[in-house]
Design a protein around this ligand. Structure first.
Ligand code: G6P
Length: 472
């Protein structure tokens, strides 16, 4: 049996980046994602282990300690990266969970790889967990892990959190392996979602695709140790708000924010978009709206500039390659029509940046554009708010992002309604300082209060409170 960690996190990625040098030697560096920050204090307090993939194919590495965390790499072959990660996770489940914006592909070989890899993650987690430990499985890449893990280790308390939207039954039902996925999730004691609507979509799917009894958010699941109650609920994720607040207050970030504005030619209005280059983010819709505002001279260059950071993502998946082409053509066209020597209409960056640079960009911006067509939460919106320490800045936010449930001080938009989005952008640009401050203070109260530590505490304490089956 296990050597014994009291809390085991299982996620597709490890919270570190692997570097392979030219001579073949490898090293790790910390990759400070939101989830790591959230879970670090809990992990430190409770002897935590993290099971995940190193992000590159065929890396065989022994478990190792990084700070207070024990990291357990799971190896994926190049074929598995293709079929499980790029294929089933990001070309089947991802579009299925995001309103089929891009058509999901259904391939049996991808499903076989997904099952095989999920079993490998479940076995690795089972080998790390102490008797009666808590295992917290993260996200859509690992939906079969809860049930596989329960089979291997019925003594464990198992939680699962779905970071992306859970689709309506009518869309989920397209998945040829829909029942197996639901059964995989039902291995958990607690299934967390971003929005109440995601949780109710899931309950409806359970009612229609299984014979199980549901009562409000509870599902009764029979098993060898007696009946279990599985709970589904909304636990909206957040960010390390005080970290972004502190960065934005630091002299170096403030100086960098001034420098960014100066380098852009001190525009009166700086618009900002920050996204993974993903078709769910509404980047094309946003740029189209901006282009029309320039066309109609409701905004002009060089008084206005748009900085669009589009960080590279899932570059081997065709839908992402196609999106990149489309966005880059559009950016080129608008810059060609409206840019001048020394002042572009759009500054487009296909890079990712460290958090300090992001904080400086947020601080420098006047208007933040979050125009997702569908998004589980959208943490960029919350980061922007946490970095606006001077109460200056307007958030234009899609109602299709989970963050819209909480961030009522934003200007909410429907990104499919280009005219409505244009009006909202113009309103944001011309907003009176008093209204801007009132809205930003409201946003900041919410984001500073509900941070990611609260999120993990709420999830884990709810998980601990779920009654256990008789006989365990
Ligand atoms: C979303 C998903 C995460 C995923 C991240 C980056 O936020 O919910 O599970 O890790 O995108 O995508 P990648 O494919 O690079 O891990």
């Amino acid at each position: 049996m296990s050597t014994g960690y009291e809390l085991v996190v299982v996620a597709n990625r490890l919270p570190v980046d692997l570097h392979v040098e030219e001579d073949g030697t490898t090293s790790w560096s910390r990759s400070p994602g939101g989830l790591v920050t959230a879970l670090e204090p809990v992990m430190q307090a409770s002897e935590g282990a993290w099971v995940g993939w190193a992000g590159k194919p065929d890396v065989e590495a022994e478990p190792f300690d990084a700070g207070d965390m024990h990291l357990v790499p799971v190896t994926l072959s190049a074929d598995e990266v293709h079929d499980y990660y790029e294929g089933f996770s990001n070309d089947t489940l991802w579009p299925l969970c995001h309103d089929v914006i891009s058509p999901p592909e259904f391939h049996r070989a991808w499903w076989d790889a997904y099952r095989r890899v999920n079993r490998r993650f479940a076995e690795a987690a089972a080998a790390q967990a102490a008797q009666g430990a808590t295992v917290w499985v993260q996200d859509y890449q690992l939906q079969l892990v809860p049930a596989l893990l329960r089979e291997l280790r019925p003594d464990l308390r198992i939680g699962y959190f779905h970071h992306i939207p859970f689709p309506p039954l009518e869309i989920f039902a397209q998945l040829p392996w829909r029942r197996q996925v639901v059964e995989g999730l039902l291995g958990a004691d607690l299934i967390g979602f971003q929005r109440p609507g995601d949780a109710s979509n899931f309950i409806r799917v359970v009612r229609r695709l299984t014979d199980l009894t549901t009562r409000g958010p509870s599902i009764t699941v029979p098993g060898p140790a007696g009946e279990r109650q599985v709970r589904a609920g909304a636990f909206p994720i957040s960010i390390d708000s005080s970290r972004f607040d502190a960065m934005a207050r630091s002299e170096s970030v403030q100086a960098r924010a001034r420098e960014i504005r100066r380098d852009l030619g001190d525009p009166q209005v700086l618009l900002l978009g920050v996204d993974r280059l993903d078709y769910t983010k509404g980047i094309r819709h946003r740029i189209k709206a901006y282009g029309e505002l320039l066309e109609e001279e409701r905004l002009t260059v060089p008084d206005t500039a748009l900085v669009q950071v589009a960080s590279p993502s899932r570059e081997n998946v065709e839908a992402y390659q196609q999106l990149r082409e489309e966005v880059e053509i559009l950016v080129g066209r608008i810059n060609g029509e409206h840019g001048q020597i020394g002042s572009a209409a759009i500054y487009y960056m296909h890079h990712s940046y460290p958090p300090e640079e992001m904080a400086a960009l947020y601080l420098a911006a006047d208007v933040m554009l979050v125009t997702a067509l569908r998004d589980g939460m959208n943490l960029v919106a919350k980061e922007f708010v946490a970095a606006c320490t001077d109460d200056r800045g307007v958030l234009v936010l899609s109602e299709f992002a989970g963050a819209a449930d909480e961030l009522s001080g934003a200007l909410l938009i429907n990104p499919h309604d280009i005219d409505g989005m244009k009006d909202a952008i113009e309103r944001a640009v011309r907003m009176e300082p008093r209204e801007m401050r009132r809205r930003m203070r409201k946003l900041r109260r919410r984001v500073m209060e509900d941070d990611v530590t609260k999120w993990s505490q709420r999830f884990l304490s709810t998980l601990t409170a779920v009654p256990r089956a008789e006989g365990r």
